[in-house]
Design a binder for this molecule. Structure first.
Ligand SMILES: [Zn+2]
Length: 143
């Protein structure tokens, strides 16, 4: 096993590896949609909050309007890079994560990357049980 990611991959982790050229391309596409990048952030306050999930170690938010998906941003705000939240007035949509989000990530990090998966509603205690069933070390496990 050569997978060595030491954290769940969020937007911040992912974008560390993006080149200036790629970011310029993303900004140009946003500008065509009328999005002024780095301008004031407008939030769709009335929009149903979105939920993050974790897939193979990547914290992801699915777009509610198209097939797009983005890495979870630490700001907990979502902007689809495909449809630019067009149906939400091109405003950012808040994203919810559970209260035990950090603990969930810690438990998943005990696993090989391909098994670092979590969906909304999946309990921390169940993730710990699964780890035990597979003989993974849970040094911080109090159960
Ligand atoms: Zn979209």
């Amino acid at each position: 096993m050569t997978e060595t990611f030491e954290s769940i991959v969020t937007a911040e982790v992912h974008h560390q590896h993006r080149t200036a050229e790629v970011m310029a391309s993303v900004r140009a596409r946003a500008a065509k949609q009328g999005i002024i990048w780095l301008g004031p952030i407008e939030v769709a306050m009335d929009h149903k909050h979105l939920r993050a999930r974790i897939e193979e170690g990547r914290a992801i938010v699915d777009c509610p309007e198209c097939l797009g998906a983005e890495f979870l941003d630490e700001s907990r705000m979502f902007m689809c890079q495909v449809c630019f939240n067009g149906k939400a007035g091109k405003k950012y949509i808040p994203v919810d994560v559970p209260k035990d989000w950090s603990a969930i990530q810690e438990v998943l990090l005990e696993r090989p990357i391909r098994n670092r998966n979590w969906r909304h509603g999946e309990k921390l205690s169940d993730l710990k049980k699964e780890n035990r069933l597979h003989g993974l070390d849970l040094s911080k496990d109090g159960e």
